[in-house]
Design a protein around this ligand. Structure first.
Ligand SMILES: Cc1cc2nc3c(=O)[nH]c(=O)nc-3n(C[C@H](O)[C@H](O)[C@H](O)COP(=O)(O)OP(=O)(O)OC[C@H]3O[C@@H](n4cnc5c(N)ncnc54)[C@H](O)[C@@H]3O)c2cc1C
Length: 430
């Protein structure tokens, strides 16, 4: 029996392994892939789903993390796949560029983010901004994929099942200043105004607060450098929101009903102030530090179905007839349609709804995950690949129009099942 143990960021997934490699050069990465028969790659280990390890050989990609090239004429940056999003964005900003849609975490690796369809608020999934993927294939050979290759839209979201990302070229855009106003609003009001918000704002994010009848609405617009506004900062104690939540929710696995009271307290303390500020998308909207771990689920639903789903979800979560008391906030964001085969937004604009358990060590007792999943599956929703869900092949295979095509390509690109673990087998193999 192996003594080595792999542990996920929040401690909820552990696996033993035989060999761990930490390559720094492409040639090393190539050799590792070529000579081993069962491999998973991991980056920041932030994923809640069991997609990182569970094979004899593991590749820690985090030291394969250099900027390879900056093309000032085309605004393209090429990076090694283990670089963090932080380093990529800071390099883009130094050149006056941005990636126009960013997730709310900067410590993830680029490879991990792309593989799982990581997304932000009001824009495309991150991998839509990639113009070239350089990959190590199952036989150890290297191939570059661009928009002209039919495989590229499968590779954009491929969970490490089609090969290992080596170098990634991002197509950046000119950086811009975002002016943001944040304020609480009744559910009945923000849900009615949503269509209009999305038409008139460049950034729309709702931190929904079940059991309070409110959402915290964040609206942003692109403005010129000289744009004038009155700065309204959050009270200083707001920086303790996550730590306070952790304390308030500490025993909610034993007393789930207390969650409703905790949510009301958190709303009063942290979500009633109006804030106004401005900065780049990265500076103004992305969380840079997190003291607490958590277990995350996230579901997506076509925008056209959101209102019906939301009514159902709110009724279920605020009902006293189940134990699905959910921690706040539930993060509601909006993603534009793309062509990636396993993207939640393949062919239609979607809304994403986050579900957090702040007691990660008690996540197995958190009924909200199960009930939220039931509601979303009933409405045809799709889970975030990197987050907590129970659905497997029978449910998932019905949700994606390109599912069979992906499976045919996976069999072709990985005929000896080098890149699959037990968990992914339940998801992808009939
Ligand atoms: C606090 C927090 C906030 C988050 N915020 C958001 C958010 O705003 N939006 C969002 O969409 N998601 C969000 N996520 C999810 C997060 O983006 C994903 O879990 C992402 O995969 C994490 O990156 P990582 O480097 O930790 O990847 P890991 O978890 O280490 O790996 C994820 C997957 O990528 C594969 N992989 C990694 N590197 C490579 C490679 N080079 N080639 C091929 N496959 C590879 C792994 O095998 C694995 O299957 C959040 C997660 C947390 C914990």
């Amino acid at each position: 029996m192996s003594q080595h143990k792999w542990i996920s960021w929040n401690g909820n997934k552990t696996h033993s392994y035989q060999n761990l490699y930490t390559p720094t050069k492409e040639l090393e990465l190539q050799e590792i892939v070529k000579k081993n028969t069962s491999i998973r790659v991991f980056g920041g280990r932030f994923s809640s789903s069991d997609i990182n390890a569970g094979t004899d050989t593991l590749i820690d990609i985090t030291q394969y993390n250099k900027i390879v090239n900056i093309n000032k004429e085309t605004k393209e940056i090429t990076v090694q796949a283990g670089i963090t999003l932080k380093e990529l964005i800071e390099t883009a900003q130094q050149n006056g560029w941005c990636i126009p849609c960013l997730p709310d975490i900067n410590s993830i690796t680029i490879g991990g983010a792309l593989a799982t369809a990581t997304h932000g608020t009001n824009g495309f999934i991150l991998s839509k901004y990639v113009s070239k993927f350089r990959m190590i294939l199952a036989d150890g050979s290297i191939k570059e994929f661009t928009d002209t290759d039919f495989e590229t839209d499968a590779i954009r979201v491929s969970l490490g099942l089609l090969g290992v990302f080596s170098e990634i070229t991002f197509q950046c855009e000119a950086n811009y200043k975002l002016h943001l106003v944040e304020q609480p609003m009744k559910d009945i009001a923000w849900t009615k105004k949503l269509d209009n918000y999305l038409k008139t704002h460049d950034f729309v994010r709702i931190l929904w607060l079940p059991h309070t009848n409110h959402g915290y609405v964040i609206l942003g617009n692109k403005v010129s450098e000289g744009f004038k506004f009155t700065l309204k900062k959050a009270p200083k104690y707001h920086k303790h929101r996550r730590a306070t939540s952790k304390i308030l929710y500490k025993y909610t696995h034993i007393f789930p009903r207390f969650t409703a009271t905790a949510n009301k307290i958190l709303y009063r303390l942290f979500f009633t102030a109006t804030k106004e500020h401005a900065g780049s998308l990265y500076d103004a909207t992305v969380t840079k530090k997190r003291g607490q771990t958590m277990e995350l689920a996230e579901w997506t639903i076509p925008y056209t179905k959101f209102q019906t789903l939301f009514a159902d979800l709110k009724a279920m979560l605020e009902s006293t007839s189940n134990r699905a008391y959910v921690h706040v906030p539930m993060d509601i964001r909006f993603i534009k349609k793309d062509n990636a085969w396993l993207s939640y937004a393949c062919s239609e604009d979607v809304v994403t709804v986050g579900c957090v358990c702040r007691n990660s060590e008690k996540a197995h007792t958190y009924e909200a995950f199960e009930k939220v999943e039931e509601v979303f599956l009933k409405h045809g929703g799709k889970p975030h690949w990197a987050k907590h869900f129970k659905a497997t092949y029978p449910q998932l295979s019905k949700l994606y129009s390109k599912w069979d095509a992906f499976e045919i390509l996976r069999e072709k690109m990985d005929p000896n099942q080098k890149f699959i673990n037990a968990y992914l087998t339940q998801l992808f193999i009939k």
